[in-house]
Design a protein around this ligand. Structure first.
Ligand SMILES: [Zn+2]
Ligand SMILES: [Zn+2]
Length: 136
């Protein structure tokens, strides 16, 4: 058993590419939502793929590289200032935080269940018809 998974109450661990941001999740993780909106594509370089957990279930274990970008009046996005990795979407008035699924250490045990903002999708790729879609 990995050291991480034997720590009591830790459901998952994750990090950015360089490790200057690391986190643990102690609560439930939602299945993954793919977001096609232009803001996600600009910050991730492609669509956003997010799980989520209650804010009090996210424990930051390394914050050396962590910076927050206020992407709208209602939300901020957390990224690593050393490697550029995008990790978090924090809707300020909500009780959950979204975590970029690609930053989780495998196995995640998650699956992608819905795509949102499909009407805002980029014109350079195809929508996966096998995954449920929402226009906005
Ligand atoms: Zn980093
Ligand atoms: Zn988005």
């Amino acid at each position: 058993m990995h050291a991480e998974s034997s720590k009591s109450g830790v459901r998952a661990t994750g990090s950015c590419l360089c490790g200057a941001v690391r986190y643990e999740v102690t609560g439930a993780l939602r299945d993954v939502v793919d977001c096609h909106c232009a803001m996600c594509r600009k910050t991730h370089g492609h669509i956003g793929a997010y799980t989520a957990t209650p804010k009090n279930s996210l424990r930051l274990t390394e914050t050396r590289g962590l910076r927050w970008y206020r992407s709208s009046a209602d939300a901020r996005r957390g990224f690593c200032s050393e490697c550029g990795g995008s990790l978090f979407f924090d809707p300020l008035q909500k009780d959950y935080v979204a975590i970029a699924a690609g930053t989780l250490d495998p196995p995640t045990g998650l699956k992608t269940v819905v795509q949102i903002h499909v009407n805002s999708a980029g014109d350079y790729y195809r929508i996966d018809e096998s995954i449920r879609q929402r226009p906005d």
